[in-house]
Design a protein around this ligand. Structure first.
Ligand code: FAD
Length: 484
């Protein structure tokens, strides 16, 4: 142990949006910074490297109209009104047990709403440009902006800036953080890391910022927290495999409070046959979803797809073998731009009859035929099909109902895409305050310890979409700026 000791003002773990925002903000505050990264330089950036990085904003100056409302709806399970009545008091007057509790607290939500425009403009100061860019939804329930060039442009711009100050910022690649170093008082005082050759290195600093992502790349933690069905999930892009949960684990080990839903994750519907990043299949609202037994199991058209794809994807995970098939007839082509919503590069299964299709997708024919027939007979067709808004073309007397875009599946050729749940990122992490300091189980700050990005748990139930890169930039920037 302890071969090589390096002394800095700040040690950052991870090189995604959260870690680089933290490192660069600390640099701008005059600190000497070490950034430790598990991967090689050309793979740095974890999930951030692969995202288009949409931000839930309505302009450069304001978050979306539904921002705080959606976070509040998804703040936790059944929140105890007796415990949370003190939310109405100033944060400093909250009892420790409330500061440490799991649900997303309003203090953090309003910090995000206030800080998002500042973080966006700060990123623009490094040459990034944010705009309303096209995405894979053909109908949307909120507003989104994104940086031109996506997450990779964020990584490149921030690291290019840091590289201008080699005497102030040192990057250590293939350097995996393993544990926290504490001083005699129990304050966090550095990181113990391992090189690729399994050599130990100590990085000493009064301030440690954990920005090493969630645990989407760690099968043991996935199985422990999400359960056996996690065997059917895989990261939605390669970057997720680098995030193995060490940052979360090492802080929990010293008594950090957990936050966010450890049993859940941001689920995206992808084609398992395709190895491309984010191979989403997002047009199932125009067809039917069928499980391996040949049965429907959900309302495919309950709302606009961008608002409901996550809970529907979780239902797919709950089906036998964690898979379903989205089935269509050729009337799908009435939706002009449906191809925009399908990013798999593998062609669908196609057949002239439902019988032939059932063989291709290995679903018992009798069950599939009955399900499709029952569905077709229940389509009431008393309105005009409108793919771009809720058209109320629903089924009658069918369970589960289809609430919109319900039209009989009758016209050959028939097509089917397989869909599984991919893990964009895990929800469970560490409880932080609005300076991104990590809190212990009693709601007190753990001196010297900060968490940014996915390491900081905030999400429950349904992910408030297009807020995770923003969370990384905001919490990283706040952590790097804080003077302790
Ligand atoms: C395909 C895709 C699309 C997405 N789309 C959006 C979107 O449009 N909008 C949005 O808000 N979010 C989106 N997300 C989610 C978002 O990109 C991530 O949640 C966010 O970028 C995470 O940032 P981060 O810095 O916390 O973690 P990451 O970007 O994952 O960075 C973590 C870094 O830590 C390193 N690391 C891990 N463990 C260690 C260790 N022990 N020691 C040293 N280094 C370590 C990793 O190698 C990695 O470089 C998307 C994600 C993906 C994959």
């Amino acid at each position: 142990m302890g071969q090589g000791k390096n002394i800095f003002d700040v040690v950052v773990v991870g090189c995604g949006i959260a870690g680089l925002s933290a490192g660069v903000a600390a640099l701008q505050n005059g600190s000497k910074v070490a950034i430790l990264e598990r991967s090689q330089i050309d793979e740095r950036g974890g999930n951030t490297r692969y995202t288009e990085s949409y931000w839930r904003m309505k302009s450069h100056n304001e978050v979306s109209d539904d921002f705080e409302e959606k976070f509040a709806i998804n703040a936790g399970g059944y929140i105890d009104p007796e415990l949370t009545r003190d939310w109405l008091k100033p944060y400093g007057d909250w009892p420790g047990i409330l500061k440490a509790q799991n649900s997303t607290d309003p203090e953090l939500i309003s910090t995000f709403a206030r800080e998002a425009p500042k973080a966006l403009k700060w990123l623009e100061s490094f040459g990034i440009k944010f705009d309303f860019l096209p995405n894979y939804f053909i109908s949307q329930s909120t507003t989104r902006m994104a940086p031109v060039g996506g997450g990779l442009a964020l990584i490149d711009a921030l690291s290019k800036y840091a590289d201008k100050y080699p005497e102030k910022v040192n990057f250590y690649y293939e350097m995996t953080a393993q544990d926290l170093i504490l001083n005699k008082s129990g304050d966090v005082n550095g990181i113990l890391a391992k090189t690729k050759k399994n050599e130990s290195k100590e990085f000493i600093a009064k301030k440690v910022i954990l920005a090493s992502g969630g645990f989407e790349g760690n099968p043991e933690m996935l199985s422990r927290y999400i359960g056996p069905k996690s065997q059917y999930i895989r990261p939605v892009a390669k970057g997720g495999y680098f995030n193995r949960g060490e940052g979360i684990r090492m802080a929990l080990n010293i008594g950090a409070a957990p936050a966010g839903d450890f049993g859940s994750f941001h689920a995206q519907p992808v084609d398992p046959r395709c190895g491309e990043s984010e191979a989403v299949v997002l047009h199932f609202n125009y067809g039917v979803l069928i499980n391996k037994l040949g049965a429907r199991f959900t309302d495919e058209g309950i709302d606009m797809v961008d608002a409901v794809y996550e809970p529907i994807t979780r239902e797919i995970l709950n089906q036998p073998e964690g898979i379903a098939f989205a089935i269509f007839d050729s009337n799908l082509d009435d939706v002009d731009n449906w191809k925009k919503t399908v990013r798999t590069t593998v062609a669908p299964y196609e057949a002239a009859t439902i019988s032939e299709l059932s063989k291709k997708i290995s679903i018992p024919y009798d069950e599939l035929e009955k399900t499709i027939n029952d569905f077709n007979l229940s389509c009431k067709l008393d309105g005009v099909f409108d793919p771009y808004s809720l058209d109320h073309l629903s089924t009658v007397s069918l369970s589960p109902r289809k609430s919109n875009w319900a039209r009989p599946i009758v016209k050959a050729p028939f097509k089917a895409w397989p869909i599984i749940a991919a893990n964009c990122f895990t929800f469970g992490g560490l409880k932080i305050n609005s300076k991104a300091q990590v809190l212990n189980m009693d709601g007190e700050v753990i001196p010297g310890l900060y968490a940014a990005g996915e390491v900081a748990g905030i999400y429950h139930r349904i992910y408030t979409g297009s807020t995770s890169v923003m969370r990384g930039a905001i919490t990283g920037k706040l952590a790097g700026e804080d003077l302790m």
